[in-house]
Design a protein around this ligand. Sequence first.
Ligand SMILES: [Zn+2]
Ligand SMILES: [Zn+2]
Ligand SMILES: [Zn+2]
Ligand SMILES: [Zn+2]
Length: 110
Amino acid sequence: MQKCPACKEPLQGKYWCQSCKTVLVCPNPNCGERVRKRGSDSCAECGMLFEPYIEQRKKVRECPKCKKRQGLLEQRCRACKYWFNCPTCGHKITSTSSLTCPRCATDLRR
Ligand SMILES: [Zn+2]
Ligand SMILES: [Zn+2]
Ligand SMILES: [Zn+2]
Ligand SMILES: [Zn+2]
């Protein structure tokens, strides 16, 4: 049986450790990205916060700009209007200061 790399307890599932809550693979069914930075509280790929999912199966993300939590499927922060993904091409916007999409140049200030 596989062991948790953080606390060495046997792993019950492939996504996270039951005893120390270290997440190894993003549990979002649409993502499944391996968590490279141990101890991360959210997925670097899809942005989902791990703790609300583990506790309540809630898919939420935190806005990198204003830190408000909202549904993972939101494309745009309802509070500060920050785009998580480009409304035109779906490209993930990683910089909170970009004014246009780095891939298709859509204006993100609308
Ligand atoms: Zn553990
Ligand atoms: Zn993910
Ligand atoms: Zn926001
Ligand atoms: Zn775009």
